[in-house]
Design a protein around this ligand. Sequence first.
Ligand code: GSH
Length: 290
Amino acid sequence: MTDSTAYVPPEVWTWNKASGGRFANINRPIAGPTHDKALPVGKHPLQLYSLATPNGVKVTVMLEELLALGHAGAEYDAWLIRIGEGEQFSSGFVAANPNSKIPALMDHSGPKPIRVFESGAILMYLAEKFGAFLPTEPEARAACLSWLFWQMGSAPYLGGGFGHFYAYAPLKIEYAIDRFAMEVKRQLDVLDRHLADSEYLAGAEYSIADIAVWPWYGALAKGLLYEAGKFLSVQDYKHVQRWTEQIAARPAVKRGRMVNRISGVPASQLHERHDASDFDTRTQDKIGAT
Ligand SMILES: N[C@@H](CCC(=O)N[C@@H](CS)C(=O)NCC(=O)O)C(=O)O
């Protein structure tokens, strides 16, 4: 057990030292821009500012799925935002997302640009704009939105909770790792039981619920997040494994995973995407692990 008496919180918290751990350089207790810089704008109505983290991949997969369905209006420019270098704090990015987190989308197709931030809101915005991947039949629609919002509420325990304390924190705290490992295993079991009787999260049809959940829980199931596959015995969640493989095989998913990616084998990385032909320079078959 960790010694819980070692630290006595002061009456008022002040920002008087670096927090330590990975990504500590970008953490701060205030919002707003740190520097003046406009965002670039390309030729397509949809401008995405992102990075291929699980939250970013949701949107590039959605756009590639829409294009695969034949929605030419979903053509997009994807600009790279290097969050490790603080590019989410530029004045231009903060104007697109006051929360300074990728992904952020600008839609220039109307009389005045519309900004959309939060990956779940972006998925719903695109689903409604193009009439795709969000069922209209009430029961399936309710299921789709329930799982979409389940992801929004659950993944912070996986990333900010488990991932942070297991992989990124400057010290290993047994209490914190136990607490979040328990919660993440519970979440995997929630998905596993549901996927035992349901092909996709909202039923028989692939939807924005799968597009939101897969980049987090599919990657976790493949042991690609926080090198925690063995620790969490992810292979035991058989139905999650089946669903993960099924979605990974979709051509649009393979393309979406490459966009704004800056790690992994070079053939899996397409730093910026401005045209469908940008993928031609990459060999998709070579894409393996994240
Ligand atoms: N709830 C948000 C989470 C977005 C998020 O946490 N983005 C991370 C990368 S995965 C980020 O931009 N972090 C930069 C920072 O915190 O400064 C969403 O779903 O869009």
